[in-house]
Design a protein around this ligand. Structure first.
Ligand SMILES: Nc1ncnc2c1ncn2[C@@H]1O[C@H](COP(=O)(O)OP(=O)(O)O)[C@@H](O)[C@H]1O
Ligand SMILES: [Mg+2]
Length: 345
């Protein structure tokens, strides 16, 4: 197939040959430093025999429209994580692909918008009987009234960010004074509403899903584990450092591993929740759910990631590998899911 890999790039003015060169350099140095996700995807697709063209987008939709018009791809592999450097605008590119009638991998704008909004997605999941933490949101400038029913500790987050942006130990607050301080800081730093959720104590599990409708795989669950001797329950959260800072992870004993044993009942519950959530949030082809398994066996959904990170060696690719798909197979599988979806439509 002729596949365009489209992605967000900081390099304005770079065309396909520029990305080709950059990709060759990064892929050659893979052992020392991971290539950008889009280059890993392109490398995999090429290894599977596809004709691949790289189209990077920064803030120019017209450029993308023009490139696609010239290339006329059979499929677009959507690896866009932001538009204008803003992750909240990632839906713009699939929106354009819809408007222009191209076939593309992954979730549609609706799923991207709904799952990015941590309040909206929780409301939908609750409607479907899925347990989600109680929460309240405030837009910048709004008075911070807290519903009587909400129980501290609360965790404060930007409403529509990801990759643990704005999440630190200070995000977990025990009283109103700390809450006000953190919410004010989130408003100032992220210029978007803030959400405060009831803190759910439990194991931190990531559940990757591939498929649509009837053909639907729940991949082996991964877990972020914390050294219990070096932390209190409220400190066991995926802060920005816990996710991305290797030195910090080492020091604190934080690791991402395949999930330690999970009871049969909890596992069945997780799988049922994933199926329901995937449909309810209009997710497509692949996604990852962040859930917490409480000590009493209850499963709580923290959020759904409609556009999860799929680089080699990270949670979703590791889960796929464990399920028997090495990286190139995993990327090909995402293509197969998208193609099958259009053919059945
Ligand atoms: N309600 C909550 N209870 C306990 N921990 C939470 C809660 N919400 C978020 N966290 C912690 O913060 C991390 C990041 O929150 P999440 O909503 O997944 O945001 P992001 O989109 O940045 O990944 C979670 O993986 C979890 O460790
Ligand atoms: Mg998350």
């Amino acid at each position: 197939m002729r596949i365009v890999v489209t992605f967000d790039t900081p390099y304005g003015g770079w065309d396909h040959p520029d990305h080709e060169r950059q990709m060759a350099t990064e892929v050659a140095a893979w052992k020392h430093d991971e290539p950008e996700m889009e280059y890993q995807i392109a490398d995999a697709l090429r290894a599977r025999g596809h004709e691949v063209v790289l189209v990077g987008v920064r803030n120019d939709l017209q450029y993308l429209v023009q490139c696609l018009g010239e290339i006329r791809p059979d499929l677009v592999f959507n690896a866009v994580e932001a538009f204008h450097g803003n992750a909240g605008l990632e839906y713009m590119v699939p929106g354009m692909l819809e408007a222009e009638g191209y076939r593309y991998t992954g979730s549609p704008p609706l799923a991207l918008l709904v799952s990015r909004n941590k309040a909206m997605s929780k409301k939908i999941l609750a409607y479907h009987g899925i347990r989600v933490p109680g929460f309240v949101t405030w837009r910048p400038g709004e008075t911070l009234t807290v519903p009587e029913t909400l129980r501290y500790p609360l965790i404060v987050k930007p409403l529509q960010s990801d990759a643990s942006a704005g999440i630190a130990q200070a995000s977990v607050v025990q009283d109103r004074a700390a809450l006000v301080e953190r919410v004010t800081m989130m408003h100032a730093r992220f210029d978007q509403p803030a959400i405060a959720e009831e803190f759910v104590d439990g194991r931190e599990l990531y559940v990757s899903i591939i498929g649509n409708g009837e053909s639907f795989d729940i991949l082996p669950i991964t877990e972020m584990v914390f050294d219990k001797r070096r932390s209190r329950p409220e400190e066991r959260i995926a802060t920005q450092s816990a996710k991305w800072d290797e030195e910090y992870r080492g020091r604190k004993g934080i690791r991402n591993v395949f999930a330690r044993p999970i009871s049969r009942a909890a596992r069945a519950r997780i799988e049922e929740i994933c199926r329901t959530a995937f449909r309810a949030l209009w997710l497509r082809d692949y996604a990852r759910l962040d859930v917490r398994l409480a000590p009493d066996g209850e499963v709580w959904v923290l959020e759904a990631n409609a556009n999860p990170f799929i680089s080699y060696g990270h949670d979703m690719a590791n889960a796929a590998d464990k399920a028997g798909m090495e990286y190139y197979d995993f990327i090909q599988r995402l293509v197969d899911e998208a193609v099958a979806r259009y053919e059945h439509a």
